[in-house]
Design a protein around this ligand. Structure first.
Ligand code: 3PG
Length: 216
């Protein structure tokens, strides 16, 4: 993996918890970015599930150059292009699509595909990856499953995402199999819709505190 990609994954690890964001309106990107930055959780995986994703990535990247802003739920190479053109520094997907992963690697774009089974993880290793998402983490067996498969596939480290909250994230973060966790609990859609950015800032700060507590 290139130095550029390694540097991005190092930042994932330092930040520890990556907020997974669904934005319906790009006007929320600025106050949301501000709340996450002020809360000390300077990252966002903006999911390509809404039409506002691209513009939201652009707004956050331009206004917060120190923020690790990337795209989630990226299903096609065309979405990779749009995300990167908007300023995305990484690509995350719910599953492993070989074409999308190769496309990213050829262009030196950090990519973290979703995996759940040993076969999918082996496919990731074969493509040259050492970090994968484990999705949907809690439904797919959680940390127990990661440890069981990770014991065999020792080169891999994981970003559990799906069903993670301020409580169960602690066990994950204490494991050396985990390089970071992803979750939406501090950036829930109803909080964004209600404009409760102060609350988001507070929850982001709590999440940042959990990372410190768990990692010392
Ligand atoms: C998602 O698919 O939205 C992410 O995996 C986040 O899941 P969560 O909402 O359970 O944190």
């Amino acid at each position: 993996m290139s130095e550029k990609c390694e540097a991005v994954f190092k930042r994932f690890e330092e930040i520890g918890i990556i907020p997974v964001v669904v934005l319906n309106d790009a006007k929320d990107a600025l106050p949301l970015g501000k709340a996450l930055m002020e809360g000390g959780l300077p990252a966002a995986e903006v999911t390509f599930r809404t039409a506002a994703a691209e513009e939201s990535i652009r707004i956050m990247s331009e206004n917060f150059p120190d923020m690790l802003v990337g795209a989630g739920t990226v299903l096609t190479t065309e979405q990779v292009d749009r995300a990167v053109a908007a300023g995305a520094k990484f690509i995350v997907a719910p599953g492993l699509d070989e074409e999308v992963v190769k496309y990213c690697l050829e262009r030196d774009i950090p990519v973290c595909p979703g995996t759940q089974t040993a076969s999918e993880m082996m496919a990731a290793l074969k493509l040259g990856l050492t970090r994968v998402k484990f999705f949907p983490a809690e439904n797919a067996g959680g940390l127990k499953m990661i440890k069981a498969i990770g014991a065999a596939l020792t080169a891999l480290r994981f970003m559990p995402t799906g069903g993670i909250n301020a409580e169960n994230v602690k066990e994950y973060l204490k494991s050396d199999k985990i390089f970071c966790a992803g979750g939406s609990w501090m950036v829930k859609g109803d909080l964004i819709k209600a404009g409760e950015f102060d609350k988001i800032r507070t929850m982001a700060a709590e999440a940042a505190e959990i990372v410190k507590e768990c990692r010392g």
